[in-house]
Design a binder for this molecule. Sequence first.
Ligand code: CO
Ligand code: ZN
Length: 329
Amino acid sequence: MMNIIKLLEDLTQINSVSGNETDIRKYIRPFVEPYCDEVYTDAIGNLVAHKKGVGKKFMAAAHMDEIGIIVTDIDDKGFARFSPIGGLNTRNLVNLRVCFANGITGVIGAQEDAFKEKPEISKLYIDLGADSKEMAEKLINIGDTAAFAGGFINRGDTVVSKALDNRAGCAVLIDTLSRVNSKNDLYFVFTVQEEVGLRGAKTAAFSIEPDIAVAVDVTDTGDTPDAPVMAVKLGGGAAVKVMDHSVICDSDIRTKMIETAKKNNIPYQLEIMPDGGTDAGAVQLTRAGVKTGGISVPVRYVHSPSETASIKDIEACSALLKSFAEQEW
Ligand code: CO
Ligand code: ZN
């Protein structure tokens, strides 16, 4: 097994906001190449790792993009305005640091009239440390994207970082590829633009035409004080997706996943995530439909710089994906 913690640290600290996945794709490619017959990037930017086999076409998808912001305007005093890329909660944004691809760091501020429960995004701005439009434009431009700054912390059993959604899923795919031994025709896809509408998964599934597909992503949990009711908890094992906002998983796949977990003593729990979708939703509706399921890493504080996950859960997800991909269909 790989050193998952080190891999996670490296993966999470790369900034690749949706639509700008070049850096993360470059990083992942050499990790998967030794285990595959072909590795390619498609037109939209998905990285496809193909390990040939004579059995069914099995597709595993993990999105490699992350949420962030995009600059929409720079004013005369050098402050930037921005739009969200993906599901940002404006309540959590004020006074956060964001990091642009070129290394420039900005601080998100709020207008005085916006200090309330949920400020409108139009009342927030990015302070770049510039005092004029000219100076700001030397640092960034309209259309530039920035990700949360959120360093990686290893607490032993748990890790804290930005972008565990979904670099945790990417780590699961990489780790699985390094040790899977399957007769199936495996396509492990690192998808783009999930956070803005499951876009990369849609084109990848269309071209691959899988018989069976599994999306690996993160899920919310219900185990913090006064959290909304949800059965998933940190440390409870791999979450077998039953349903989220985008998909009701194929019942044969779900049943087989549970059997696989039981047979191999892999800790698992059942996931119903009321809010939020995953690549599973897009893949299932491709062409004439694809039998699709999901494996999720439980994560607290999703879409914040302090996403928190359990290493044991991530290892359980990898064990489950491996055993599942090795099934005969
Ligand atoms: Co997300
Ligand atoms: Zn995600």
